[in-house]
Design a protein around this ligand. Structure first.
Ligand code: SF4
Length: 339
């Protein structure tokens, strides 16, 4: 979508009254308009003049996939400067969750993740993140449904793009616009401590999820290279500050990599940190995406869950859908447009 400041500037330069800018913003975020032609609340001449100056969307949809079961869909978009960005829709009986990318590629370089293996290209703006949500919101509206949750868990590390991610949260949450409750938003981080601290101060209602994946620094240094900068002690200190201030549940994620992070030593080390009120661990079965790791069997995941529970950790297995369309966690690989 267009930045609000750009809308205001264009409206002012065209000599239209300022309330027209508000109408454009509402038509984009509430009315889910794709272009100015749809904004029938505006005079025809103003619509045409705005269309000549601005493009309503910052992203252009390129391709759309649906999983055979129909519960997961993925869209590939092109940014105006020609990069590929992917977003996923997860359909549940009563919910529709959009998984948003926050960067083109990712600098963290987790070896089990397709985005990480491709490296970092650039930050996405809040408007580019909004456009991913608006795309799915339009599709769902045609079915009489709406987006109920947004998770910043797609390509990129959202808290290495904190300004724009928090701005996207405000846009999604804006009661004048898209009006999605802050509690319906979740940010997933590998543990960028300054970002966690900002989230606590600036958006305490937004859910926080920390991708842990290992509970000893030596293993986590390998699986989540940013651990060398923000080690387990400082990450957990930030988590404790977060829970103390927000009194909200804090989620931890653990991608299950058989033979790598499912040993008893890891379970014991994780349990000593996770046996706390409001801490909850989600196990995510790894989806075969290369990198020299293999996907766990159902029994391996269940065995790990049971060992965590026996060690006193609140732990569940999270559905990781969409493997067939490479939409599952860690599989949002960049694609070369026009290939
Ligand atoms: S798992 Fe997340 S932080 Fe790690 S490389 Fe992939 S996108 Fe980046």
């Amino acid at each position: 979508m267009i930045a609000r400041s750009e809308i205001e500037t264009a409206v002012a330069e065209l000599g239209a009254p300022p309330y027209r800018a508000r109408q454009v913003y509402r038509a984009l975020t509430r009315g889910l308009a794709v272009d100015f032609e749809e904004m029938t609340v505006l005079p025809r001449a103003l619509r045409a003049s705005l269309a000549a100056r601005l493009t309503a969307s910052a992203l252009a949809p390129v391709e759309h996939w649906r999983s055979p079961a129909g519960d997961t869909e993925k869209a590939l978009f092109a940014t105006r400067d020609g990069h590929g960005v992917e977003a996923v829709l997860l359909r549940y009986p009563r919910r529709a969750t959009v998984c948003v990318s926050s960067q083109v590629g990712c600098a963290v370089g987790c070896p089990f993740c397709s985005s990480g293996r491709l490296g970092f290209t650039r930050q996405l703006s809040a408007e580019e993140m909004m456009d991913q949500v608006l795309y799915w919101a339009r599709l769902l509206r045609a079915e009489g449904r709406r987006v109920t949750n947004v998770v910043f868990m797609g390509m990129g590390e959202p808290l290495l793009n904190t300004d724009e991610t928090l701005r996207a949260c405000s846009l999604l949450n804006d009661p004048e616009g898209f009006a999605l409750a802050a509690r319906a938003l979740s940010i997933s981080t590998v543990g960028v401590v300054p970002g966690i601290d900002r989230l606590r101060r600036e958006a305490p209602q937004v859910n926080l999820a920390v991708s842990l994946h290992a509970a000893t620094d030596d293993l986590r240094d390998r699986l989540v290279p940013l651990n060398r900068r923000f080690g387990l002690d400082v990450v957990f200190a930030a988590c404790a500050r977060h829970v103390r201030a927000t009194r909200r549940k804090l989620f931890f994620e653990w991608v299950v990599l058989p033979g790598v992070n499912d040993g008893d030593e890891q379970v014991a080390a994780a349990a000593s940190r996770l046996r706390r009120p409001l801490y909850h661990l989600n196990l995510i079965p790894f989806n075969e995406a290369g990198g020299g790791f293999r996907a766990p069997t159902r029994d391996e995941v269940e065995s790990l869950r049971r060992r965590f529970v026996a060690a006193g950790v609140r732990c569940t297995v999270r559905r990781s859908p969409g493997g067939e369309i490479e939409a599952a966690c860690g599989q949002l690989a960049l694609r070369r447009l026009g290939r």
